[in-house]
Design a protein around this ligand. Structure first.
Ligand SMILES: [Zn+2]
Length: 69
């Protein structure tokens, strides 16, 4: 039984993640578009494109590497 609903590919979702920034621990703005995502930290202006992994109880982010510009 699946109770999750698939996100619309044409719809972008914006989520605010408290302490989501792995660099400064600031609030991270997460934008999900289809199966890809982009994060932006307003504190240190760190931008990343983490991978999205769908689990049975939600979505988990995986940053490809701790790239620091
Ligand atoms: Zn940051």
């Amino acid at each position: 039984m699946k109770r999750e609903h698939e996100p619309e590919a044409s719809q972008a979702q914006d989520v605010e993640l408290d302490q989501g920034c792995i660099l400064c621990g600031g609030a991270l703005s997460l934008r999900v578009v289809g199966s890809s995502a982009a994060t932006y930290c307003r504190s240190c202006r760190w931008i990343s494109r983490p991978h999205l992994h769908h689990h049975h109880d939600g979505v988990q982010l995986f940053h490809p590497s701790r790239m620091v510009a």
